[in-house]
Ligand binder design. Structure first.
Ligand code: FES
Ligand code: FES
Length: 159
């Protein structure tokens, strides 16, 4: 593999071109090269979900993805989700349900939840628990997060 790679991709709907080191992760590219610090670095090992982004419509732990592999892909980060109708619905539900304490897990959870609700509008609690099981929260005990996602899912199902 060459030491550096030229890549072109879509990021939150905008075309981007970059030259990245071969070993750089997508998370490092987003945070350190592009200044999109909403995506969090928790474990760096695929365990916590704080770095969750959407790649071609699927959720991905960006700490485990090489930046070079973003070439030709469509990336959406929390900054993109936040300005969507789904993101606004989730933000309001998180606030209304008191689902944010330190907030470190919140961006990854909102990306994961937006993806879940898109596929399962009106999702029940079991579906929500399964959908967010890869996103760890050290503060809330999950009850309020589940209530918030359920409220956003219910709202989506009434659209
Ligand atoms: S930072 Fe990527 S899963 Fe924890
Ligand atoms: S609110 Fe602190 S980690 Fe979830």
């Amino acid at each position: 593999m060459p030491a550096k790679c030229d890549i072109a991709f879509s990021l939150n709907g905008v075309k981007r071109e970059l030259t990245v080191p071969a070993g750089m992760s997508a998370l490092e590219m987003l945070r350190d090269r592009l200044g999109l610090t909403g995506t969090k670095y928790g474990c760096g090992e695929g365990e916590c979900g704080a770095c969750t982004i959407l790649v071609d419509g699927s959720t991905v732990n960006s700490c485990l993805m090489f930046a070079a592999d973003c070439d030709g892909r469509e990336l959406v980060t929390i900054e993109g989700v936040a300005v969507s109708a789904a993101g606004e619905r989730l933000r309001d539900a998180f606030v209304a349900n008191g689902a944010v304490q330190c907030g470190f897990c919140t961006p990854g959870l909102m990306v994961q939840a937006s993806h879940l609700i898109e596929r399962h509008p009106g999702a029940d609690e079991a579906t929500i628990r399964r959908g967010i099981e890869g996103n760890l929260c050290r503060c809330t005990g999950y009850r309020k997060i589940i209530d918030a996602v359920a409220a956003a899912a219910k709202e989506k199902s009434h659209e």
